[in-house]
Ligand binder design. Structure first.
Ligand SMILES: Cc1ncc(COP(=O)(O)O)c(C=O)c1O
Length: 425
């Protein structure tokens, strides 16, 4: 951890790396180019080495040789089995987490289920910092539910944090559901989930957390918070692979009272009896829809195993070490060049990425990617996001990243790029 002896010299970064108890995990991931600084693990995590072996084994043996028999030899149970592993990362007792579909689809299913549980309440509360897909899903749910609900988005005044008093003021006796991202995708703001959940519960509203930017990065205690529902993504800090299936959590106490709006056969009580009339499965499994994507699910499990091996306490400690160090270097090297911090300075309310804001942020991002071998990403209007993964990012990489950003400005390299956006950034 950066401390009183902090120095801006490269040697200090090397010392931090030498002292890093999480350093043993970096070798578990494919680092195809050691000169490239990958700072986008909060968007698509690196590939675990064991994922390649796993995929080869599943494709050749389980699919190639065993064919349909593999459903009875681990495939059918995989959504629950991997769900229970993820439960260990999000503070959920057994029987409440299942792997299925994408985060967006899971959000749709749980929002519809939540609205049905509070039929007399017409307000959904979220905020302007929530991920756009979540806001689109909410708008779609309102239409699907008969267009009677109102979406109340609490504004963030600085685009970085949310005023809890303002949020609390918006949650009232007409609120059916409060749904927020536990860590904001742009600023990395970490919400006080325990207090928000308790406040909503007091008002009789349900709470649904999107854990996409917090799972595998910060401690989560769904059961202790009294959360009702949650969804989350596995291809960021869990390193599950592009499009890996997501997970959902429904608190035990709610499961028999709720129904998925998608009545697929994998959510049925006995799918292989092929009865024509749907009867929901007993537990959280009722929120599954159709056949799970087995290849990506089993590959994703490898990333989850690594996170469990590391343990969330160690992960959080290293993650804060990295983000604190990045911010300390930013203060000295980048703030004088016109960058501002788009992430909370207080570590208690910060996830695992750092956003730097700059009026030419898009051009700076392009120059970093095209010329400097640094891979961050850009989020409108001026945020350059740097995702720091406790599993494989080093302090030396953070140091190098700051120096390369410095060069992009100092040597005016960003002026080589137009401000016109490419379609994917
Ligand atoms: C916070 C958050 N929620 C939801 C999503 C959407 O996930 P998916 O595309 O897997 O549905 C993302 C994707 O990045 C996200 O960051």
């Amino acid at each position: 951890m950066p401390d009183m002896n902090f120095s801006e010299d490269y040697e200090y970064a090397k010392l931090l790396d030498a002292d890093d108890e999480m350093g043993i995990f970096r070798g578990q991931y494919v680092i195809a180019d050691s000169q490239e600084l990958y700072m986008d693990g909060n968007s698509l995590g690196r590939m675990p080495r064991r994922s390649l072996e796993c995929l080869q084994r599943i494709v050749e043996k389980e699919w190639g040789h065993q064919l349909i028999r593999s459903w009875g030899q681990g495939w059918y149970d995989a959504p629950q089995r991997v769900g229970e592993k993820i439960a260990g990362l999000i503070g959920a007792a057994p029987g409440q987490v299942i792997v299925c579909d994408s985060t967006s689809v899971n959000l749709y299913k749980l929002v519809m289920a939540a609205l049905a549980l509070r039929p007399d309440r017409m307000k959904i509360v979220s905020d302007t910092m929530n991920f756009p897909s979540d806001l689109y899903i909410l708008q779609g749910c309102i239409t699907s539910a008969g267009a009677c609900h109102k979406l109340h988005l609490v504004p963030s005044l600085d685009g970085v944090t949310l005023d809890l008093a303002e949020l609390f003021g918006a949650i009232d006796e007409d609120t059916a559901l409060v749904t927020l991202s536990h860590v904001a995708y742009k600023s990395g703001f970490l919400y006080d989930a325990a207090s928000i959940t308790a406040w909503a519960e007091q008002k009789g509203a349900l709470v649904l957390w999107d854990l996409s930017h917090s799972v595998g990065a910060v401690p989560i205690e769904l059961d202790r918070w009294g959360a009702h529902m949650a969804v989350g993504c596995t291809y960021k800090y869990l390193n599950g692979g592009p499009g890996a299936p997501a997970f959902l959590y429904v608190n035990k106490g709610l499961q028999t009272k709720t129904l998925s709006p998608v009545w697929g056969w994998f959510g049925e009580r006995a799918p292989f009896y092929f009865e024509p009339i749907y009867q929901p499965a007993e537990g959280v499994q009722r929120f599954m829809s159709g056949t799970p994507p087995i290849l990506s699910l089993l590959v994703m499990e490898q990333g989850v195993d690594l996170a469990l091996e590391a343990g969330i306490e160690r992960v959080r400690k290293k993650s804060l070490g990295l983000t604190n160090y990045f911010i300390s270097l930013f203060d000295i090297r980048l703030h004088p060049l016109g960058f501002t911090l788009g992430t909370p300075r207080d570590p208690a309310i910060r996830g695992s990425h750092v956003s730097l804001r700059h009026p030419s942020g898009y051009q700076v991002t392009r120059a970093l990617i095209e010329e400097m071998r640094v891979i961050p990403d850009f989020r409108e209007p001026d945020n350059i996001r740097f995702g720091l993964s406790a599993m494989y990012t080093t302090y030396s990489e953070v140091w190098d990243t700051v120096e390369r950003i410095y060069q992009v400005i100092n040597e005016e390299r960003f002026l080589n790029y137009p401000a016109t956006r490419l379609s994917i950034t």
